[in-house]
Design a protein around this ligand. Sequence first.
Ligand code: GDP
Length: 329
Amino acid sequence: MPRALITGITGQDGRHLAGLLVGKGYDVHGMVRGQNNPKIQMVQDETPELEIIEGDLQDLSSLIAVVEQVQPDEVYNLGAVSFVALSFRQPELTADISGAGVLRLLEAIRVVGGSDGNPIRFYQASSSEMFGKVRQTPQNETTPFHPRSPYGTAKVFGHYTTLNYRESYGLHASSGILFNHTGPKRGLEFVSRKVSNAVARIKLGLQDILTLGYLDSSRDWGYAGDYVEAMWRMLQQDEPGDYVVATGQTHTIRELLDVAFGAVGIDDWGQHVRTDRRFLRPAEVDVLIGDASKARNQLGWEPTLDFQTLIKVMVDHDLELEARKAGDR
Ligand code: GDP
């Protein structure tokens, strides 16, 4: 039975990946920080086969102990301060967890090594936010980086550190440069889920106004369930590498609002949406659109949900969730 270690197990991608790997017959270990995290129960209910292990990306000794104990065949580093807006408020914490954390985990893998002469394979969650103020459109694996947030700069450090461990120590270390990916498991702070949830609540009469920031940015949004499949495929290749994972379509926040409100029959969303400066960022990433030709050709990877379907699935999920919560009250 192959063994996998996932950091960031309580996040959107960790939850999707745990389910995928258990389905493929892996013994899956999810790393959590600290004690008493209420999300641990949720992920264990969702994937009962999952083993939880304590460790912290800010603490090298703990990572060495985790790698020694789990003896993984594959390590997926999904743990990070993942919200761009928060990274502006806590830049040093972001650099330490999302940046230096990658270095610590790679060090732990290098020091402990693999079991029975089997080298450990490593996946780094790199991000389209590394492209930031884009130098080329669409963005692919060779597009230069120009990050626009502490999150973006930390991810660039993690990306190059992964590449450096591949080249310096011959580690099977790959980076997935994932563009925005979402779905019903997305945190409510991200704009796609913030919108789907508010639209559901507005439709149910539980809320009237949705307050957002900048409405003119564009993102290439795919379904998270598809994106974790790409992560797994990267680690099954003979050679490690970098791969852009994206749909190749981009949509503005206004288009997101059109589709989400349209899904509940509200055509004129203007009466329900306000903007507020507190949701603006010190620097913005205006347009992201990815070219995933390499992932399609080398990994045989394809996205399965288009933007319209994805947003509708999220709104339907939130309608059910919010109706149930209101019924419980
Ligand atoms: P990101 O691409 O990782 O930053 O994902 P987000 O979902 O947090 O943000 C996507 C885009 O939506 C960014 O350009 C944000 O500035 C924009 N946006 C506009 N209003 C909001 C809001 O209220 N919340 C969030 N999270 N983003 C917003």
